[in-house]
Write a protein that binds this ligand. Structure first.
Ligand SMILES: [Zn+2]
Length: 238
């Protein structure tokens, strides 16, 4: 019996260490010439869940929208950029202070990569034990990278109090992060830190600022049309 117990402990231990490092591989999909969607993964409520992020390649540098879920996948992402693109990462935008957006910030700082977020995201990052992003804005910031311009905008509270969205002008793409659900989402996902009363109004603020983007990328799931409309529909059921 004792031997059996030791064996099962060993099995449990190795499963645990596997989950801790190297458990997940990021994947990258090309959306356009110089625009890539990447996915990182984590275990959430017993399921493997993916999170979307973006890689934007300008003529002389790269900007990444959101860190992968953990440090290991952040290293994978930086390695991928080095091998496949071979340009320096000018900045990583953190769209709110949850693990699926900020989980690899320590690795980014170790590599001296500039991290950008709203003031509110900095506050929540520190509260939750993450390193603080280093370039901070209040309501909106325009990042110029080479021949490209990227706008990071705070629409108001929604999925979280601090969530921001990113408009990538050269591609007319609006990245909603977790503030926007995919068109196929059946619920609002993790609403532990959400402000359900403000969310729909904050979406209208986003729409005023970026009226008709060609493509909308949600924080999770695919980027088929109808993501904003579905988010508003899900909010109307709350
Ligand atoms: Zn979140």
């Amino acid at each position: 019996m004792r031997q059996l117990l030791i064996i099962s402990c060993l099995v449990l231990f190795s499963a645990y260490s596997y989950a801790q490092e190297g458990a997940y591989q990021i994947d990258v999909t090309k959306l356009d010439s110089g625009l890539y969607l990447y996915r990182s993964y984590a275990q959430y409520e017993g399921n493997k869940v993916s999170a979307n992020g973006l890689i934007v390649e300008a003529n002389d540098s790269v900007v990444v929208i959101d860190s992968p879920w953990d440090n290991d996948q952040t290293t994978q992402l930086l390695d991928w950029i080095e091998v496949e693109i071979g340009k320096p990462v000018a900045a990583v935008v953190i769209t709110h202070a949850h693990n699926d957006r900020i989980g690899g910030i320590a690795t980014l700082h170790e590599r001296n990569i500039k991290t950008v977020s709203s003031q509110l995201t900095k506050v929540y990052a520190l509260k939750r034990g993450f390193e603080a992003p280093r370039k901070i804005f209040e309501k909106e910031i325009t990042l110029s990278l080479g021949d490209y311009v990227v706008n990071v905008f705070y629409p108001g509270a929604g999925h979280t109090v601090d969530n921001t969205v990113v408009y990538i002008a050269p591609f007319d793409v609006l990245y909603g992060g977790c503030f926007i659900k995919s068109s196929g989402a059946r619920d609002l996902g993790n609403i532990e830190d959400a402000d359900l009363d403000s969310w729909a109004n904050s979406i209208q603020n986003m729409r005023k600022r970026f009226p008709v983007p060609k493509m909308v990328i949600p924080g999770h799931g695919d980027h088929a049309p109808g993501a904003i409309e579905n988010t508003l529909k899900l909010l109307s059921y709350k």
